[in-house]
Design a protein around this ligand. Sequence first.
Ligand code: ARG
Length: 463
Amino acid sequence: MNKSWGGRFTKGTDKRVEDFTESISFDRELYRQDICGSLAHAEMLAGAGLISRAECARIRKGLSGILADIENGKFKFRRELEDVHMNIEAELTNRIGDAGKRLHTARSRNDQVALDLRLWTAAQAEGAIELLRALQSALVRRAGEQRDAICPGFTHMQPAQPVLLAHQLLAYVEMLDRDAARFGECRKRCLVSPLGACALAGTSLPTDPQDTAKRLALDAVFDNSIDAVSDRDFAIEFAFDAALCAMHLSRLSEEWILWCSPIFGFIELDDAFCTGSSIMPQKKNPDVLELIRGKTARVYGDLMSLLVLMKGLPLAYNRDMQEDKPPLFDSASTLRACLSVLEPLVMSAEFKAERMLDAASAGYPDATILAEYLVEKGVPFREAHGIVGRAVALCVKSGRPRLSQMSIGELRELSGRFDAGVLKRLGPAGCAKAYKSRGSSGRREVERQLGKWGKKLGIAKIV
Ligand code: ARG
């Protein structure tokens, strides 16, 4: 078959080379963006007098027909035509004749693929933001329902201080908000048109890259044609944003995997979001959460592939860059899958408030609040730390699992500053009542956070 670039060749391409170099098996994903770009390019060419209005109209009609056929599954992509760009262009010429041959005027596949990828990545970033908002909303709703629940807060995976469950859930909402902001920034950087850079040097023809950009509703146009065709920063940035977001999802998953183990028993996942064991009849496994944790590794791999792919490339376009698509596509679809399944899992999980409260009294997690009580009574913090440390040691030695099991007399032996009011500060509820500082686990601060998110996410009523 005659290649569109075959003029200087004396032989056809070896079949093995065709198979090796093709990208249509994966870059067909870009058909919509490719057609949008071609429509804008054709209009610009007509405006510049490089093609006639009639030719432009034929191109428009031809491309619309191709788009419809692809969407209906009627289009036959051909491997020997290499990639999505040449498949569509060849079919256009097939359908409308000579006008189709003029479409590639003042354009290269190098600026064409850069444009397609930018439009595609911008759309994916938008999609990710939407899914992030849904997951944030789920967490905020669950936090709103759990206003009274207190759970252990951990550091080093050891009981640290009791916290409100809502506070813990809202910590993830903060992370996801930064993720959404990052995708928003990435999207902005995608929306710069590289179309008109041609192969790398621009063109001698009277083109108007600003015009194509405007037609594509892009915010800006390239300033340097060499950079425009060789830049894949936006794709790497997307993969990084996806990797960081997946890391957050993985941390939540890890936590909930622990929490739903009967050893913790803090949550019960819905049956519809768990799977069983082929041998152990009692098992109910959190496979969804485990796979989110596992798929995070894939998303990291995608980011690493892109970084390594680009690190050795001299300017400008190099064919290596065709390999940017599988990891970029994979990072987007994997993240999408994780976000989509996590939202209903979060909505359907059952929190075991009693069990959490019970666990929130283990390991003397009220010790810090007790030390702060002494500080309020005028004891220097380092001394207060020592006094409470001795109280803990006494409890451990005498087999008492809670500081509240000490008598006032015993406490007063350790420090004369203790009085009967101290009992109100002890236990998970005493601590939760005591927290006052900005962003703390105190009721008022958690209410403020819930209010902030309710407003930001447009949740009319938080239970
Ligand atoms: N399929 C190629 C890619 O994805 C399109 C650009 C090819 N350009 C070229 N001059 N061979 O990168």
